[in-house]
Design a protein around this ligand. Sequence first.
Ligand code: ZN
Length: 128
Amino acid sequence: MGVVHEVGAQVVGVTPGDRVYVNPGRSCGACHACGSGTPQKCQYWTLGGYYLGTSYAAAKKHDPLAGKSLIVNGATGTLGVGVTLATLALGASRVFAVARGVPLLECGKSPRTVSRSSPTGRVVPRHG
Ligand SMILES: [Zn+2]
C-alpha cells in the first residue's frame, strides 16, 4: 500500500495522492481466465517473490515446524498463501487455512485445509 507522489506525462488514470496497491499476483494475461477478469484462475497464476520472501521469513520464526499443526488466518490473502506454502515446505504436518472467501478456497490455486497426508485438502464450510 502506498500513495502516488508523482506521475509521468504519459501516465493516465493515476494521479498524485492516489492510494495504490501492487497486485502481487502474476498471470499469463492471454488465457480465457485472464481475459475475463479472473486471473487468479489462470493456470500460470503465481505470487510475486517479495510476498513469498516475507511469508517465508514469518514461517521461519516458528521453525522447527516438523510435526506441528498451524492455523493460517487470512489464508487466501497474499501473505496467507505464502505462509501456508512455506510452513508446509518447512515440515508442518497440517495447516488449517481460514479465510472468508469460500469461492477462493474452493479454487485450486489457493490453499485449503491441507495436510501432507492429504495434499488435495478440503474446504470446511463455516456454520453459524
Ligand atoms: Zn492466464
